[in-house]
Design a protein around this ligand. Structure first.
Ligand SMILES: NC(=O)C1=CN([C@@H]2O[C@H](COP(=O)(O)OP(=O)(O)OC[C@H]3O[C@@H](n4cnc5c(N)ncnc54)[C@H](O)[C@@H]3O)[C@@H](O)[C@H]2O)C=CC1
Ligand SMILES: O=C(O)C(=O)COP(=O)(O)O
Length: 527
């Protein structure tokens, strides 16, 4: 039975789903050393933001197939290391959108009306109304940095509260921004004009310290910043200085560069600052959503099914994948064949999608072809997660072309050609009516054979007697031929012969075959 480690607090509904297929161990607050020590036993790990899944943990996770992040941000996972090791990383892109957006709005209002400090003062037996004079958000300008799922919901609600909206997001169209009532502007304008600035971007090298001494200096003394996205996007020392010196009015922070927040001068800024301990996703509803979303994906991957929101493999819905499955098998088979025909080092792979396939999402088929191609070198170490990265690391150039005009087979056909140190070879295949894979050309010679486990291909001159000679030679070595087909472009020109064999070709026979007069070359392919 598979084993799943749950290393952060997850709603019980997620544990129940995982328990359908695996032994589930909930062990929270493990140190990095403890995680490295226990991870080799596990097939999957389910986390929130509390666990850092480092390269060391990933490399120690010899059985690990999937890392499930019950939330959005995967900046606490070394995704490139997971990808290299063929481990799927999944998250829940939408499960906590509303929770995080509502928290940002709540932070904005609590900061404007000093609610946390006022509450504390009443609880301390005081009745100080003067000290807590607030300001309204109505008719103020809100600058939304990152107009994705959370930023969009914040914008929608803020608009309903009568706020004017500016937005900065280089990956969002003007139309989408306008639909949300936002004016898309550059960052400097947003910094200079906003009364409130709310951050809803992922933490990346580009966004790290986006709010720093320089950007803070462009803001108004009345500006207040809300960060419910990621710690590290704001330079906390610069923020403290800016609030303390009156460069800006205040900040409401849910996330910090190091969590839990250690010693920090931000704590000393009183009512100008509202701090929460990373609560953006902490609603009952969001925790149920993310737990179900991610536990289902872990369960599916452990059962050999695809994940619906993997961050490191081509995104495919289960429906599309079900439809594509036979074509993925075709792509893998052709990839494996062409790598064996090409032999030696491969420098480039051209994947041509023909007919109906040319109109599909080709990415999974290209990855399938690469997986097949690399299986010769990497065996079971290569999978849909790491095939592209492994190919890139080997310097294999991947070229993808489409030709919808080639209508040779219903459903389309796939043509692969590999160029390498020993020359160039190509193979085409399609699915016939019954879904069976057929090889429809080898090195541009037309044939029509289903692939078999052990095959022999020859390139020869089309002349009387040659087929008999190969047959007798194989017979003399006790090799049984299951089927044979010849493909040629012109009579008595060059031709290919495809033989399906019951057993692998014994050592040394290939050299004998190549010696037969009229044979130009011979190759074995084992699938
Ligand atoms: N505090 C909390 O508990 C929670 C925090 N989050 C964090 O909120 C953030 C946003 O989440 P979603 O809205 O779901 O993500 P999303 O992917 O829907 O939106 C992110 C947006 O940021 C934009 N973006 C990327 N790089 C940018 C850049 N350099 N400058 C400006 N915009 C940029 C993207 O185009 C995208 O529209 C994530 O970092 C996530 O980890 C999410 C949930 C809960
Ligand atoms: O989903 C996210 O990105 C979050 O930051 C939520 O974090 P959490 O799962 O509450 O530790």
């Amino acid at each position: 039975m598979s084993k799943v480690l749950v290393s952060d607090p997850i709603d019980q509904v997620g544990i129940d789903i995982l328990s359908q297929v695996a032994q589930v161990d909930v062990k929270t607050n493990l140190s990095p050393e403890e995680l490295v020590a226990v991870i080799p036993d596990y097939d999957a790990i389910m986390i929130r933001s509390g666990t850092r899944v480092t390269k060391e943990i990933i490399e120690a996770g010899k059985q690990l197939k999937i890392i499930g992040r019950a939330g959005v941000g995967v900046d606490n996972v070394d995704v490139p290391a997971a990808t290299r090791q063929g481990i799927v990383v999944v998250n829940s892109p939408e499960g906590n959108t509303i929770a995080a957006a509502e928290h940002a709005l709540a932070m904005m209002l609590s900061m404007s009306r000093h609610i946390p400090e006022a509450d504390q003062s009443v609880k301390n037996q005081k009745w100080d109304r003067k000290h807590f004079m607030g300001s309204e958000v109505y008719k103020k300008t809100l600058g939304v940095v990152g107009l994705g799922k959370i930023g969009s919901h914040v914008a929608t609600v803020a608009r309903a509260m009568g706020m004017k909206l500016l937005a900065y997001d280089p990956f969002i169209s003007v139309e989408r921004a306008e639909q949300l009532g936002c004016r898309l502007v550059d960052l400097d304008l947003l910094f200079g004009e906003s009364d409130y600035i709310t951050l809803h971007i992922p933490k990346t090298p580009e966004t790290t310290n986006l709010i720093n001494a320089e950007s803070l200096s462009k803001m108004k003394p009345t500006t207040r910043i809300i960060n419910c996205s990621r710690g590290g996007i704001i330079d906390e020392a610069a923020l403290y200085e800016a609030i303390n010196s009156g460069t800006i009015a205040g900040a409401a922070l849910d996330v910090f560069s190091s969590e839990p927040l250690g010693e920090s001068p931000l704590r000393s800024l009183g009512k100008k600052v509202v701090l929460t301990p990373h609560l953006g996703a902490s609603t009952a509803e969001a925790q149920v959503n993310v737990a179900i979303d991610v536990a289902e994906q872990i369960r599916d991957v452990l059962l050999g099914l695809p994940a619906r929101s993997a961050v490191n493999i081509p995104g495919l819905s289960p429906n599309v994948l079900e439809q594509l499955k036979p074509y993925l098998r075709l792509a893998e088979t052709l990839g494996s064949m062409v790598s064996q025909l090409a032999g030696g080092r491969i420098d480039s792979l051209n994947v041509r999608l023909q007919g109906e396939l040319a109109t599909n999402n080709s990415q999974p088929l290209v990855v399938g072809a690469l997986k097949g191609l690399l299986t010769q070198a990497l065996r079971e170490r290569v999978n849909y997660v790491n095939a592209s990265i492994e190919a890139k690391e080997r310097g294999i150039r991947v070229i993808e072309t489409r030709d919808a005009s080639i209508q040779d087979y219903a459903g389309g056909s796939l043509h692969l050609s590999a160029k390498g140190s020993l020359g160039e070879h190509s193979v085409t295949g399609a699915l016939l009516g019954d879904g069976e894979i057929h090889i429809t050309s080898i090195d541009e010679f037309p044939i029509n054979v289903p692939p078999s486990n052990h095959m022999l291909f020859t390139l020869h001159r089309d002349m009387p007697g040659i087929i008999g000679k190969i047959g007798s030679l194989l017979g003399s070595f006790n090799v049984n031929i299951a089927s044979m087909q010849v493909g040629r472009k012109i009579v008595r020109g060059d031709a290919v012969m495809v033989l399906s064999l019951d057993d692998p070709l014994p050592e040394g026979i290939l050299a004998e075959i190549i010696k037969v007069s009229g044979i130009r070359d011979a190759y074995t392919v084992n699938l």
